[in-house]
Design a protein around this ligand. Structure first.
Ligand code: FAD
Length: 476
């Protein structure tokens, strides 16, 4: 042990949970080592799923596909005439790869700036004693380090359909779907969750014929039902074909086509033939590479690392955060937990509020929500008030031609406290931050209604929804 470097904290995994936790721990004066195994083009690529094959690359392709669609479908109404645009997919993918690399390099810079030792390889448990844990590293870096505290942040992997491995050519996870070489003429998607909808709408905008099969009886069942209904209407108008309540029987890849055999909602046998198939049926926590049985790490019945409300595992001074543990599989939730755990290791108090974690679906229109849905309030028997404001009545939305959707605010019938904010429409992912602020500061609808917002902006739709909660709407 004398020859082995000891750290106050060893973080395994440098996704948004792990790298943020490492930085916060270093800021608090702890010695920190962060181990991550991701390598792209022979270089370390910290940032995890989010940076490499999730949040960042999907939004890069979203931007490209929206620009293409605007030029193709909307330019002429502004009096801008262009020849029929074409899409050069390899250039679009190369632009995405450059953005990902900038993000990887940014994280490596932050590690250096905060004096964090970064090791590129698989991190795994070797042994433990009363002082801490011996962690092995194998990959580009080969070494062993001793950890007084361990933060596990190894994230998740796409769930495979039983017996159907991803070949990333025709049967795609998020990884393959973010690096297709051309626009497929037909794209099937199994699973109408956030990832399926986002990736499906990227390729739809670029010209693919998109069909989505979903096992659940309705779209986005966790969103407020008014928002889900509006989203379904919008996606159908865009020509995205969706079927709900299906049961998938088999998936075959004949080399040319993928054939999906399924039962529709009435139990009738059906088939879907597509050029490419994205399977987005959820993600599973990724623990396998940690050699966790060596130290007896406990998992819950769903295979997540079992943690208490403060992200402690069953092992002393071992913490787990992000997609590896219960709760929404979102980058900002992983970051929150990463910061809170670093604070606790440093002996400070920290609280994470899972109920205030916002959700965003980056489709067109964008969808975002935070707090309670109307159904949740009804089921809890909580008296509430509702304020709705359509983007059609918002000047900025009309000016930019993005009038679909609305803002819906829910407030406590007695105290007027904001309980939930639900948005479908332009910049919903940006606007929802106002709902996060309101819930965090304990704002009432009246508080939001009294704020002077700039005109003309989408933000005014939030103020108008707040006014509408108390039946004082001005513009609708
Ligand atoms: P991860 O980001 O998965 O990082 C874990 C890291 O640990 C990886 O680099 C992994 O290789 C490494 N690792 C695993 N085992 C070991 C080991 N033994 N040793 C060393 N390293 C190891 N979330 C959002 O909030 N907003 C979005 O817009 C969004 N878009 C998404 C789009 C797609 C297509 C996908 C797939 C996901 C998206 N997500 C989004 C979800 C988000 O990416 C995850 O919630 C987030 O990355 C989880 O962070 P994490 O730190 O827990 O793990």
């Amino acid at each position: 042990k004398d020859d082995i470097q000891t750290f106050d904290v060893v973080v395994i995994g440098a996704g948004p949970g792990g790298y943020v936790s490492a930085i916060r721990a270093a800021q608090l004066g702890l010695t920190v080592c962060c181990i991550d195994d991701w390598v792209t083009d022979g270089k370390p690529a910290p940032g995890g799923t989010c940076t490499n094959v999730g949040c960042i690359p999907s939004k890069a392709l979203l931007a490209s596909s929206c620009l293409f669609e605007e030029i193709r479908d909307k330019a002429s109404e502004h009096g801008i005439h262009v020849e029929e645009p074409t899409i050069d997919v390899p250039t679009m993918i190369a632009r995405k790869a450059k953005i990902v690399r900038q993000t990887n390099d940014g994280i490596l810079y932050l590690f250096r700036k905060n004096k964090i030792t970064f090791l590129n390889g698989r991190g795994f448990f070797v042994t433990s004693d009363e002082d801490g844990y011996l962690i092995g590293v194998e990959g580009r870096d080969e070494t062993r380090v001793f950890a007084k505290n361990v933060v596990l942040a190894t994230g998740s992997k796409p769930r495979q359909f039983p017996g159907v491995p991803f070949d990333e050519e025709r049967i795609l996870s998020n990884e393959g779907a973010l690096k297709l070489k051309s626009v497929p003429s037909t794209l099937g998607i199994i699973g109408a969750g956030v990832i399926g909808l986002e990736l499906g709408s990227v390729w739809k905008r670029l010209g693919a014929d998109v069909r989505i099969l979903e096992a659940m009886p309705s779209l986005l069942p966790f969103a407020d039902s008014a928002i889900s209904r509006e989203a379904l209407k919008a996606f159908k108008q865009q020509g995205i074909d969706m079927e709900f309540g299906v049961h998938i029987d088999s998936i075959q890849n004949d080399g040319d086509r993928v054939i999906v055999q399924y039962k529709d909602k009435d139990g009738k046998n059906s088939e879907m033939w597509v050029d490419r198939l994205i399977i987005s049926i959820g993600r599973v926590p990724f623990i396998a590479a940690l050699d966790a049985p060596v130290v007896g790490l406990k998992l819950d019945e769903r295979g997540f690392v079992e943690v208490d409300a403060e992200n402690r595992t069953n092992l002393p001074r071992v913490w787990a955060i992000g997609d590896l543990v219960k709760g929404p599989m979102l980058a900002h939730k992983a970051e929150e937990e990463g910061v809170a755990v670093a604070e606790r290791i440093a002996g400070r108090k920290a609280v994470t509020h899972i109920e205030r974690v916002p959700s965003v679906v980056y489709t067109e229109p964008e969808i975002a929500w935070v707090g309670k849905t109307e159904d949740e309030l009804k089921n809890a028997g909580k008296p509430y008030k509702v304020g709705v404001f359509p983007f059609m009545a918002n000047g900025r939305a009309r000016a930019v031609g993005e009038t679909q959707g609305f803002v819906k605010m829910l407030a406590d019938a007695e105290t007027d406290l904001v309980l939930g904010l639900h948005i479908i429409g332009p910049q919903a992912g940006e606007l929802i931050a106002q709902g996060c602020d309101a819930l965090s500061f304990g704002a009432t609808a009246e508080d939001l209604a009294l704020i002077c917002d700039p005109h003309p902006t989408f933000s005014e739709a939030i103020k108008e929804a707040a006014l509408a909660v108390n039946k004082e709407g001005i513009n609708f």
